[in-house]
Design a protein around this ligand. Structure first.
Ligand code: GAP
Length: 532
């Protein structure tokens, strides 16, 4: 048995190595690669597409179909959730009401020399200590390379050596424009090339119809799936049997024209979200917020994101989004990606959005969106509640599917110098894109004739959960190595002993243990291991 790496914190893993494996094994490719790529867009290869589907399916099953896996809500009742699939393009008024037309902006700065564009909140500034000129110098990206580069440029400009500990650092966005006297762009040769921050709307625009113009027929690609849910609240209440408290859930693409897409798929311009809008009485919003925050954290942990790589972080009041009221909860579930380590990056946000969105849409659309709750209100003479009319409050657990996949890839990546592949992907079997592989040891002696029916049997029984691999080419060692990099938890090998006693070798990915089981028990073995 081989020892596996014991320190599985992502801080010790290399993002370049993980990206190389993703390309090599067909998890993720650069979009439009043969044309030189397109910044901020990614394509999922055969393994990546299945991994992404498995994560989406796990969310859908556990959240929507099983209502939080059967966990009772704070009211002691089963959690009620219904699905939705709303359109990517909606009436542009939706985005005016939601605040996205007016407020979905990132401050950006341009570099006059290199023509590069950066997000102002990604720029750090340094002021030279003891420099009574009050000048502040801006440079970019929070990493040692750009810091050292900026120091060098400044030293040249000031005609004096400036030491690392001789500067104060703060965020570009914390400074007034007149405080920034001299700036240093990351790729610029000269100092003073960065412009002041300007607001940049992140929504992608398009034009509807063949004869349309941007003024009259402009529309937006949705920047979040959430608004599709809010504008269908009344439809769902009127056409189904739901009653508050209940949730509406949907998965789907969202588009944001990010100023600086980066860190692999972490910040992309096209990505997929998994969002729940959970509608409840205002008095119960705190209890539902706590319920969802804790259950969502436990859900990611069950899929294998554990230990110090995953944290739950409550927001400070100064971080609250425009829709969140002070005192109403907002928390992030954050993962320590190799490129954020020792810090964390957001995987999912859980926010008490109050009644902000329903109120906005009610006002802008002039449609009543309040809810009549016949279980509340004073008691009438007949002893029944008179009912209460209110705008429900909303708890929103909003997760990024692509970020979830990225976190699972980073978590699974396990260097192991004792294996031929040097690394294996330790996916939770539920998420693993390949569930099992069937290998005839050699392509002769009747082995393929035994392996093929087994492959067919497993494919029929487990194909809805993921791929069953069949491979006869190359040495068995090379085939195992390929499966290690794909994260396949079990390989079944048909060898000469199979011909004698109808048993096969099972190879366990994580421990490298091998055991023999009867060929007619392989299906049940796999069912048990996959939890079905
Ligand atoms: N409806 C609320 C909302 O959209 P958000 O924090 O802007 O909130 C929710 O987005 C999740 O979507 C994030 O936690 C993140 O996982 C994912 N996400 C947001 N922007 C993204 C981007 N540019 N690329 C990839 N994922 C992104």
């Amino acid at each position: 048995m081989t020892e596996t790496a014991s320190d599985n914190t992502t801080s010790v893993k290399s993002m370049d190595d993980i990206m190389a494996l993703c390309k090599r094994r067909g998890f993720i490719y650069q979009a439009s690669e043969i044309y030189g790529g397109v910044n901020g867009f990614w394509d999922y290869g055969p393994l990546g597409a299945q991994l992404k589907k498995n994560l989406r399916d796990a969310w859908w099953t556990d959240v929507v179909m099983k209502g939080c896996n059967g966990k009772l809500g704070p009211d002691g009742k089963p959690v009620s959730i219904v699905p939705l699939d709303s359109s990517i393009i909606q009436n542009p008024k939706v985005w005016e009401a939601s605040g996205h037309v007016g407020g979905f902006n990132d401050p950006m700065v341009d570099c006059r020399e290199t023509k590069s564009r950066y997000r102002a909140d990604h720029i750090l500034c340094m002021g030279v200590k003891g420099d009574d000129s009050g000048q502040i110098y801006a440079f970019i990206e929070n990493d040692d390379k750009s810091f050292d580069g900026a120091l060098k440029k400044l030293s040249k400009y000031k005609k004096a050596d400036i030491a690392k500990d001789g500067v104060d650092i703060c965020s570009f966005t914390d400074l007034g424009p007149d405080e920034i006297a001299i700036t240093v762009g990351p790729d610029a040769k000269e100092v003073g090339t960065l412009t002041e921050p300007r607001a940049f709307n992140l929504m992608f625009k398009t034009v509807l119809g063949a004869t349309g113009n941007a003024e009259d027929n402009g529309a937006y690609l949705r920047p979040e799936t959430a608004q599709g849910i809010f504008i269908n609240f009344k439809n769902v209440v009127d056409t189904t049997r739901v009653s508050v408290p209940f949730g509406i859930a949907q998965t789907g693409k969202a588009f944001r024209n990010e100023v600086t897409p980066r860190n692999f798929t972490f910040r992309s311009r096209e990505f997929e979200q998994m969002e729940i809008e959970f509608f409840c009485h205002p008095d119960e919003s705190k209890a539902w917020y706590t319920f969802w925050r804790d259950w969502r954290m436990a859900w990611w942990q069950e899929l294998g994101l554990e230990g110090e790589n995953l944290i739950l972080r409550e927001h400070d009041n100064d971080e609250l989004a425009h829709y969140a009221k002070e005192g109403a909860g907002t928390a992030d579930i954050e993962y320590m990606f190799p490129f954020t380590a020792p810090g964390y990056g957001e995987l999912e946000g859980i926010a008490d959005r109050t009644n902000f969105d329903l109120k906005q849409h009610a006002e802008h659309s002039k449609t009543k969106l309040d809810y009549f709750d016949n279980t509340r209100g004073e008691l009438a003479k007949n002893g029944q509640p008179k009912g209460e009319r209110y705008l429900p409050h909303v708890i929103e657990p909003s997760a990024g599917l692509d970020r979830g996949v990225l976190a699972l890839l980073c978590e699974a990546y396990t260097p192991d110098e004792n294996r031929p592949s040097g690394v294996f992907m330790k996916f939770h079997p539920r998420i693993a894109p390949i569930k099992a592989a069937v290998f005839p040891l050699v392509k002769k002696d009747g082995m393929p004739e035994i392996a093929e029916p087994l492959y067919n049997e497993l494919r029929n029984r487990f194909g809805h959960l993921g791929t069953i691999e069949y491979d006869v080419k190359q040495s068995i060692g090379k085939r195992y190595a390929r499966m290690d990099e794909a994260g396949c938890p079990f390989c079944f090998t048909i060898d000469s002993t199979t011909l004698e006693d109808q048993t096969v070798t099972v190879r366990h990915r994580d421990t490298l243990d091998q055991e023999r089981i009867a060929i007619d028990k392989v299906g049940d073995f796999l069912a048990e291991k996959l939890g079905f």
